[in-house]
Ligand binder design. Structure first.
Ligand code: SAH
Length: 363
């Protein structure tokens, strides 16, 4: 109770202006022209935000004082407060950030041979209700504004600046259902993808959805060269409905049709995430059924050994059985990998750090 009151007071004391990170280049250009300034200043501002990465409008020294004041008056230069920062033995870094209204979100930096990948959050909580996931435990609190998603990448890039490294890829696989906050997610994508922004190539960005079908059609029509993943997790409609309540509204056969539309329209292959939940969907017969289900889809399957969530009672599939599942798919010609786990020692999986924090708050 006290916690909620504190949050409300905080939000009321300073009504939030839109984040400047929420503006795409053309939005900023339009705003400048409307406010009697030159269009080209948008590029200068982007340079301050995404190349020099300043945290104060006053540092934008090639802009007039008047323009800086106008910007300050209209926009927030969103900064996220770091509440927890942990580094795992394998280099994975996990951040718990606080938003202006006191809510907390998670962002993860993963180190791969091919570069640094940031996993961003799109919502405070989630309303999809997948039965195995920690992110949905407290329901949905609110959507993130595009700028709050952008700010996560900027913040991690600033941490990497100290090591002379750059964020090379972004995965939208943190807390929240990105397609349940579609417009803000698209704005985020356009901004980080922009040459004048963080310049992260579309092929280095991945978005994942639990399967909000109308948004899959919409996304296909955007024709962006972004990697697209579907949280499939089941070889048939019954098991999927048991694991993911969203499947009752958006049924598997309809989902497969939407996926077909996507792959036809974009010519791109799709990734399926398939979590292995002990005794539920991890038997060889399930692998066979899965191979049948996706036999005509241009795809890749990523097997995810279940991450233990204390509130959920799913158990891990024994290693040998994971390999048997993989072998079965391979024999059927499916392109498959087993997800390498990172950051095990720091609660790096989906919503775990925030779930822990929430529990402590309510204690
Ligand atoms: N809401 C989007 C983005 C989240 S991506 C989506 O559902 O796709 C995070 C991935 O991790 C999803 O595939 C999700 O289903 C999976 N996941 C969540 N909790 C998990 C757990 N306990 N074990 C294994 N995978 C999990």
């Amino acid at each position: 109770m006290e916690e909620v009151a504190k949050r409300k007071a905080k939000a009321e004391e300073k009504p939030q202006k839109p984040s400047i990170y929420s503006l795409e280049m053309h939005d900023l250009e339009n705003w400048l022209v409307e406010h009697g300034d030159k269009k080209f200043r948008a590029k200068q501002i982007f340079d301050w935000l995404y190349v020099k990465r300043v945290t104060d409008f006053d540092d934008m020294s090639n802009l007039s004082k008047g323009l800086r004041e106008q910007l300050k008056d209209k926009f927030a230069l969103t900064t996220l407060k770091t509440v927890v920062q942990q580094t795992s033995g394998d280099g994975t870094m996990k951040f718990l950030f606080e938003l202006h209204d006191g809510y907390t979100i998670e962002t993860v930096l993963m180190r791969h041979e091919y570069g640094n990948s940031v996993c961003v959050t799109t919502q405070v909580g989630c309303r999809i209700g997948c039965t195995f996931c920690a992110s949905t435990l407290g329901g949905l609190k609110r959507n993130l504004e595009a700028g709050e998603i952008v700010a996560q990448v900027v913040k991690v890039q600033k941490a990497l600046d100290e090591q002379g490294e750059r964020v090379s890829s972004v995965v939208i696989m943190g807390i929240g259902e990105p397609f349940d906050n579609y417009d803000e997610m698209m704005r985020f994508l356009k901004t980080i993808n922009s040459d004048d922004g963080l310049n992260i190539g579309a092929r280095h960005i991945t978005v994942s959805t639990s399967g909000i079908i109308p948004k899959i059609y919409k996304f296909a029509d955007e024709k962006m060269q972004i990697n697209f993943a579907i949280s499939l997790h089941a070889p048939n409609n019954d098991i999927r409905s048991r694991l993911m309540p969203i499947n009752r509204a958006y049924k598997l056969p309809d989902l497969m049709e939407a996926i077909k539309y996507y792959t036809d329209k974009t010519g791109r292959r799709i990734s399926f995430e398939y979590g292995l939940f002990g005794g539920v969907n991890d038997q060889v017969e399930h692998a066979e059924e899965l191979a049948d289900l996706i036999k005509d889809v241009k795809c890749h399957v990523n097997l995810i050994p279940v991450n233990y969530v204390p509130e959920r009672d799913y158990v891990r599939t024994p290693r040998e059985q994971i390999f048997a599942f993989e072998r079965t798919l391979k024999k059927r010609g499916v392109n498959v990998t087993i997800r390498r786990e990172q950051g095990h020692d720091i609660d790096a999986a989906c919503g775990q750090l925030r779930a822990k924090e929430r529990k402590e708050e309510t204690r």
